[in-house]
Design a protein around this ligand. Structure first.
Ligand code: GYE
Length: 332
């Protein structure tokens, strides 16, 4: 028995340095539990699967961080819960992954776990949404969208389009409260309503970025209000849900209807609805972050310093001018 134990220990002593040496991930040295020889180990904590945008984002990460490309991707779906995301990051630290990548569910709540990651010497790349912290040494860098700009783009279009209207009844369907995407898009409308005396936000509620909740909220809203000029909807999936509710209630929407829908994401399905005139204006949010995160990791592997903050270029689509070619060229 003793002999077996001794032999086991000797084997372990031989293996540990070998595994550590093979684990080429630069700063984050260690021994992840699975067989990762020669691969860079990425722990990626994803928000969930709430929308088409999110599915496209997960796909982009999976397609980029393949073993053929030299990576071992450990992807954890937090199912929309902050505590799951924190647990996932703690697991990545315990596993000694080479890089932690995460899309924060909300902006607050990261100081403790990121301090632990920093102590463990594991670089942290934030993707998509942002965190709120007074200590930006808690993360290596961030890449994602300018959500305030997205909100401002939508509102600038509203100001130009509805300038002749004395008053505007607006329903505001918000994304998951506390997420950067919600905060930026909501702030845009808030500033627009402050500037334009005739704008009246008659109802505001969250639909959590999902089609089901978008529909549910809209069913309630339609019972309360006969006149809705604008539905400012913080993503395509909630807009699809709201459209279902409006169809059922026999309310008209779109360029020829009573309610103009403004949406965000401009996914392929969102643009299909835009070219059909169901969504009047759709602000793009690009989910294809896999290659962007990979470019950052390549820089870090070479000892270079990536930009602390990198914003993705985005445009917006008007039902009046969008073309089928734009939709056909879309990757998501
Ligand atoms: O707009 C929404 C998703 O954070 C940009 O999250 C992302 C948002 C996106 O669920 O559809």
């Amino acid at each position: 028995m003793k002999k077996i134990l001794l032999a086991g220990l000797c084997l372990l002593a031989l293996l540990v340095p070998a595994l550590t040496a093979c684990n080429s991930g630069g700063n984050g040295s260690g021994t992840p539990s699975e067989n990762t020889e020669g691969l860079i180990v990425i722990g990626f904590s994803q928000v969930g699967a709430e929308s088409d945008w999110r599915l496209a984002n997960t796909k982009s990460m999976r397609e980029t961080f393949t073993e053929a490309n030299g990576y071992k991707l450990i992807l954890k779906d937090a199912q929309g819960k902050l505590e799951n995301q924190i647990t996932a990051i703690r697991e990545f630290i315990a596993q000694k992954v080479d890089y932690i990548v995460f899309a924060p569910i909300s902006e607050e709540g990261w100081e403790d776990v990121l301090t632990e990651a920093r102590k463990a010497g594991i670089p942290v790349v934030i993707v998509d949404r942002m965190i709120k912290t007074s200590d930006d040494s808690l993360y290596t860098c961030w890449v994602g969208s300018d959500f305030h700009k997205e909100g401002d783009t939508a509102v600038a279009w509203m100001e130009a389009t509805f300038q002749d209207k004395a008053d505007l009844k607006i329903v505001h369907l918000q994304g998951s409260i506390g997420s950067s995407a919600q905060i930026g898009r909501t702030d845009g409308l808030g500033a627009g309503a402050d500037r334009n005396a005739g704008w009246d936000v008659i109802y505001r509620a969250t639909g959590d970025f999902t089609q089901v909740k978008g529909k549910e909220v809209m069913e309630y809203v339609l019972k309360q209000f006969d006149r809705i000029d604008v539905l400012y909807c913080e993503n395509d999936n909630m807009a699809f849900g709201a459209m279902e509710a409006m169809d059922m209630a026999k309310r008209t929407y779109g360029i020829n209807g009573d309610t103009q829908i403004i949406s965000f994401d401009a996914t392929r399905a969102g643009l299909d609805a835009t070219i059909k005139g169901k969504i009047t204006y759709n602000v793009e949010c690009n989910p294809l972050h896999g290659p962007r995160v990979e470019a950052i990791i390549k820089q870090l592997e070479k000892g270079e310093t990536p930009d602390k903050l990198a914003y993705v270029e985005e445009v917006a689509f008007d039902a009046a001018t969008i073309t089928q070619e734009v939709i056909d060229a879309r990757m998501y």
